[in-house]
Design a protein around this ligand. Structure first.
Ligand code: ASP
Length: 310
């Protein structure tokens, strides 16, 4: 007797922010949608072939890290000192294994370094020089600092510095993430970011913190977050959504909307993407845009940038 495979699903994001359609150049709009489609192709190809959710989220995030439109890998925002310091996390819902890295400067694909921490170390979170050294020792592809730096991100830092270095609440984000469920009913989540423009003093956001910006549990939900990280940390957003689904039996949409409303009450903005092991998918955001996409085994597929695209 053969058992029919679990429906697979994949949801990705490329960051949430206050970016109006009128502020986006047509070529940028096209480039963003093309990159989101390429990420869905990369992750969806693995899932439709029967591959693991954890491989799918890593593959999808790598595509977005390599694309300079997003604040992850190439195209990451600048620190106050004019450097790029990258954070990433990955988690597997069937085993609760997780790996993450914060403040790395030389690994071309930070999500793959997080994966190596999960697979090849006894730890969950490695930081800064130590994480850079682990990356080298484990033979991960390295990149010169210039690889990550783009003129647009430099301009954004210059703008922030000319405003006295004050963080702008309307600051444009661009963090990337993916959540997935595979044909075996297992889930995974991954997130990658350059953080926030002008960050200082070794600031680390929610993205690499397991339970804050990234979480996956086959008994609940897989979650990847984007937005003002300090608020997401304080609400343990990713774990809290998983816990509401697991313990309260809320739908993904209910849980995501409730927790995003709590973030908003604290003064934070942003969004989340969520999957459940039965293949259910949701997203929720409190900003005027969240770059996002989803694909599933029933053939459905969507890529959207702005709030009014549903
Ligand atoms: N959450 C990220 C951080 O705070 C930024 C973002 O998602 O745009 O580092």
């Amino acid at each position: 007797m053969t058992t029919s495979p679990n429906p697979w699903s994949l949801v990705i994001h490329g960051g949430a922010g206050a970016i109006a359609r009128s502020q986006t150049r047509p070529d940028t709009d096209t480039g963003l949608r093309a990159a989101l489609n390429a990420a869905l192709d990369a992750g969806g190809g693995i899932l439709s072939a029967g591959g693991a959710a954890v491989d799918a989220v890593e593959a999808a995030v790598r595509v977005l890290e390599d694309d300079p439109h997003f604040n992850a890998g190439r195209g990451s925002v600048f620190t106050y000192e004019g450097t790029n310091e990258l954070d990433a996390a990955i988690m597997e819902g069937s085993t609760l294994r997780a790996g993450s890295i914060a403040g790395v400067t030389r690994t071309k694909n930070p999500v793959t370094l997080a994966r190596a921490v999960m697979d090849e170390s006894a730890h969950v979170l490695l930081g800064r020089e130590g994480a850079d050294a682990f990356s080298l020792e484990h033979g991960l592809e390295q990149a010169d600092p210039e690889w990550f730096a783009t003129p647009e991100r430099r301009r954004q830092l210059d703008e922030l510095l000319s405003n006295g270095g004050k963080f702008d609440v309307d600051m444009k984000y661009g963090t990337v993430g993916a959540v997935a469920v595979d044909q075996h009913g297992h889930s995974a989540a991954a997130t990658s970011t350059g953080g926030v423009t002008g960050k200082r003093w070794g600031r680390i956001g929610d993205s690499p913190l397991i339970g804050a910006g990234t979480y996956a549990d086959d008994r609940g939900a897989a979650v990847s977050c984007t937005g003002a990280g300090e608020f997401f940390i304080r609400e343990s957003v990713a774990f809290q959504i998983n816990a509401r689904v697991r313990f309260l039996g809320e739908s993904l949409q209910q849980a995501a909307d409730i927790v995003m409303a709590e973030v908003q009450t604290l003064g934070g903005t942003g969004g989340v993407i969520v999957t459940a092991p039965d293949g259910a998918m949701a997203w929720s955001f409190t900003t005027s845009s969240m770059y996002r996409g989803r694909a599933a085994s029933d053939g459905s597929r969507k890529v959207a940038l702005y709030e009014d695209e549903g």
